[in-house]
Design a protein around this ligand. Structure first.
Ligand code: CP
Length: 306
């Protein structure tokens, strides 16, 4: 039962609960009209303290496509945070206005704190370099739709694995399905954090770390590219040195399986060449669409609407 729950970490939900959300998303995809008024009279608050295109607008689009309405802010400077109001007071206030809230924040743990003082469901829409569970729901739905399974897959994650919150959530989620293993491709400075590796070790899940995309690509079923995130670096020099560590282009794709899929949470900068967009294996714009449908399903589940 997901009614009234928060989603802060992808591990907050069991695999059965994740499957229930994905199942509902597929139902919505097959007959969207049927769901067009199910959230009539309900309000979603989007509290975005950090920039976003996809996550905020897909949440807003999701709620409106369900017949609900949206309030919120996309810039902390236009809210009373700029006067010094705390997250705790903000969520107490928002709980009086809305039925459900999605929060993005640059500080790791901020949505978790908000959830502890909230009387409405709080969804983590990305907290610093920590987690991004609704992106993971989009990733899972894309993998399931494109590969027909979420098990027995070799998943390559490439780019900024240190600060890449989408990768942290994805690895946690995919490690719960049977017989998946991971190839973690990054420069030395952007390796996956120890706490994520520890979880893989604890579950005896196979993974390798490498800095070579060329060497790894041929064995992968899923390649999850990520952006080197300028906003997470303390100095420009390190960012400039590392930003173009990996560029997926036509030549590298010749070494990949015919049925490998390429995912990316977006936005991309240089890490996937635009020439790849026409390749049938490039699924990152499908992933965007799946993200909206899965957020529709999540909103319905957390509000207890069937
Ligand atoms: N994938 C993602 O989180 O994109 P936005 O930063 O545009 O929301």
């Amino acid at each position: 039962m997901l009614k009234g729950r928060h989603l802060i970490d992808i591990m907050d939900f069991s695999t059965e609960e994740l499957d229930e959300i994905l199942g509902l998303a597929n139902e919505i995809i097959s007959d969207e009209e049927k769901f067009s008024q199910v959230c009539r009279g309900k309000l979603l608050a989007t509290l975005f303290y950090e920039p976003s295109t996809r996550t905020r607008l897909s949440f807003e689009s999701a709620m409106m496509r369900l017949g609900g309405k949206v309030i919120g802010f996309s810039d902390a400077g236009s809210s009373s945070v700029s006067k010094g109001e705390s997250i705790v007071d903000t969520i107490r206030v928002i709980s009086c206005y809305a039925d459900i809230a999605a929060m993005r924040h640059p500080k790791e743990g901020a949505p978790k704190i908000a959830s502890m003082y909230s009387s409405i469901p709080v969804i983590n829409a990305g907290d610093g370099g920590h987690q991004h569970p609704t992106q993971t729901l989009a990733d899972l739905l894309t993998i399931k739709s494109m590969k027909g399974t979420m098990s027995n897959l070799k998943i390559g994650c490439c780019g900024d694995l240190k600060f890449g919150r989408t990768v942290h959530s994805l690895i946690k989620a995919m490690s719960r399905y049977e017989n998946n293993n991971f190839t973690l491709i990054s420069p030395r400075e952007l390796k996956i954090p120890d706490y994520v590796k520890k979880e893989l070790d604890n579950k005896n899940i196979e993974y390798i770390e490498t800095s070579s995309l060329e060497a790894a690509i041929g064995s992968l079923d899923v390649l999850y590219m990520t952006r080197v995130q300028k906003e997470r670096f303390f100095n420009e020099e390190d960012y400039v040195r590392l930003r173009d560590s990996y560029i997926l282009d036509k030549e590298k794709m010749t070494g990949a399986k015919d049925n490998m899929i390429v995912l990316h949470p977006l936005p991309r900068v240089n890490e996937i060449s635009h020439e790849i967009d026409q390749d049938p294996r490039a699924c990152y714009f499908k992933q965007v669409k799946y993200g909206m449908y899965v957020r529709m399903a999540l909103i319905m589940e957390l509000l207890g609407i069937k």
